[in-house]
Write a protein that binds this ligand. Structure first.
Ligand code: ADP
Length: 169
């Protein structure tokens, strides 16, 4: 049910992929750039209409040219050393994505490792928060049947596999 995979999230054949966006929602580097390239220009046009997203929140759009029907744009915190509310903001991102998935009757979803690229959040700490929120949602009756955490690098994949094992799956 919760599966760690390595690769490019834009290729995932799921109901929704999650984007690690910035507050403007107008595109950026990393996974955000890859998603906008793969989805085509209509994604940027819809994001411009949405008008931004505060840190810790998430907004849903269509997936356009992606295999995924929807993109859920989540804005993670920039890492500022750990005492600026980063943990709670990252948890809030995952909770908001999981709430939108429930509201839009999404059965399968793929997450990138939000905030751990350009935003600098330490990978082990971010992974623990991500998996805690995912398992909490499942415990609370989420309709999600398939949840993928898509890691881009070997090192991130190993961290996710190791921490997933501590959740007893
Ligand atoms: P943030 O600004 O939230 O840190 P980044 O896009 O810089 O977002 O990085 C988030 C994670 O997404 C990083 O682990 C990065 O390696 C990964 N990533 C980059 N491109 C892709 C992709 N095409 N598919 C999956 N993950 C990706």
């Amino acid at each position: 049910m919760v599966e760690i995979v390595q690769g490019d999230i834009t290729a995932m054949k799921v109901d929704a992929i999650v984007n690690a966006a910035n507050p403007s929602l107008l595109g950026g580097g990393g996974v955000d750039g890859a998603i906008h390239r793969a989805a085509g220009p209509r994604l940027k046009a819809e994001c411009a209409m949405v008008g931004g997203c505060p840190t810790g929140s998430a907004k849903l759009t269509e997936g356009y040219d992606l295999p995924a029907r929807f993109v859920i744009h989540a804005v993670g915190p920039v890492w500022r050393g750990g005492d600026a509310g980063e943990d709670e903001l990252l948890a809030s991102c995952y909770r908001n994505v999981l709430r939108l998935a429930q509201e839009h009757r999404i059965d399968s979803i793929a997450f990138p490792s939000i905030s751990t690229g350009a935003y600098g959040f330490p990978i082990e700490r971010a992974c623990g928060i991500a998996l805690s929120e995912i398992f909490r949602a499942l415990d609370e009756g989420s309709r999600l049947k398939q949840i993928y955490c898509v890691c881009f690098s070997d090192a991130d994949f190993e961290v996710y596999e190791r921490i997933l094992a501590t959740f007893g799956e």
